[in-house]
Design a protein around this ligand. Sequence first.
Ligand SMILES: Cc1ncc(COP(=O)(O)O)c(C=O)c1O
Length: 404
Amino acid sequence: MNSKLSTNNQSPTTKLYSYGKQLIEQDDIDAVVETLKGDWLTQGPSVQKFESALAEKFGSKNACAVANGTAGLHLIALGLNWEKDDIIITSPITFLASANCAVYAGATPDFVDIDEATYTLDPNKLEAKLKEYSAKNKNIKAVVAVDYAGHPCDWKALKNLQDKYGFQLVNDFCHAPGATYDNDIQYAPKFADAVNMSFHPVKHLTTGEGGAILSNNSEFDKRVRTLRTHGMTKDESVLEKNDGPWYYEMHEVGFNYRITDFQCALGITQLAKLDSFLEKRRLVAKYYDEVLGSDNRVITPKVVANVKHAYHLYPLQINFDEIGASKKDYFARLKSNRILGQVHYVPVHLQPFYRKHFGFKPGDFPIAEKFYEREISIPMYASLDKSDLEYISGVIIKSLNQLT
Ligand SMILES: Cc1ncc(COP(=O)(O)O)c(C=O)c1O
């Protein structure tokens, strides 16, 4: 089984297994050191090189590298002109930032429940929501669809809804670089008006902290670039006057959301290895699918026919009610065996902030809530080898046996 999985000499009896982890190798270290020895620590050539490499890999006309994925979502919100009274829809099963970006822009966040099979935003439920709002003479400004865990959303259905109802489509693509949709690794900017990426260490490729905005709209790209650096511009076509080569103007307030050159140097070497990282992640998933999928107490993630999963996460579901066990006890058992799982995610609408300010309550998005009760993300990263997987799967099953 999975003979391509590597073996290493470190014993699994001493390791800690988090749900995600970076893989930094000598070429990554060399690239960062070389940049540190050079002239540019920030705002130098590595940023543009990384941006070009991202645009080429993911098929977008433009890529704007930023300080982190949350900053990227903030700039997308501003670049797409979200404002007060605009309604922004996302999935309840996502990281807080996918919804918080609506709040940053002063807009109103709302949610649409997930599809039970793919755990991504359900287009049928989205259409019901669109109809609900249009009956009240309100329009949804944008949909932030999340390719959760690395499984692409039903982008054709979302695009059809966009054509029918007219809203902006954002792909929160933080989990899915390398996924394919209809055999196309470059699907994200084809369907979405703006695509957001994160390079946090648990993601497929890392720059420590980092993110990027991909788009095919050059005006939008120009705007987010200006907002990335305080709203400053030297673009002669918009300057009110020009005092000399030093002169700059600020026409709207922006931020310092820049990324450094040494981070981008790391991003370049990491991106070059994305395909091999993905191959390893898919072998890990295949192992779990075979070994854990044969136990009828656990539900392994499904992959729809026109999709290749990128496996940022491996979300396992266990129906704790049905087997008469507690998720907390199970979690503690995994931890005592050095498996540090995580739950992705606490449904965003149930966060106290969202309940207090926007009136959401338990029961609003039942599929997401049921998923939350059952889900545990088990270790998924490129450096897991065969003995690690044997150990992890063994603990997952043994801990279930001990509780049932
Ligand atoms: C779906 C999603 N969106 C946005 C973000 C925010 O990215 P960052 O942590 O780089 O700010 C994350 C990161 O965890 C994420 O998983």
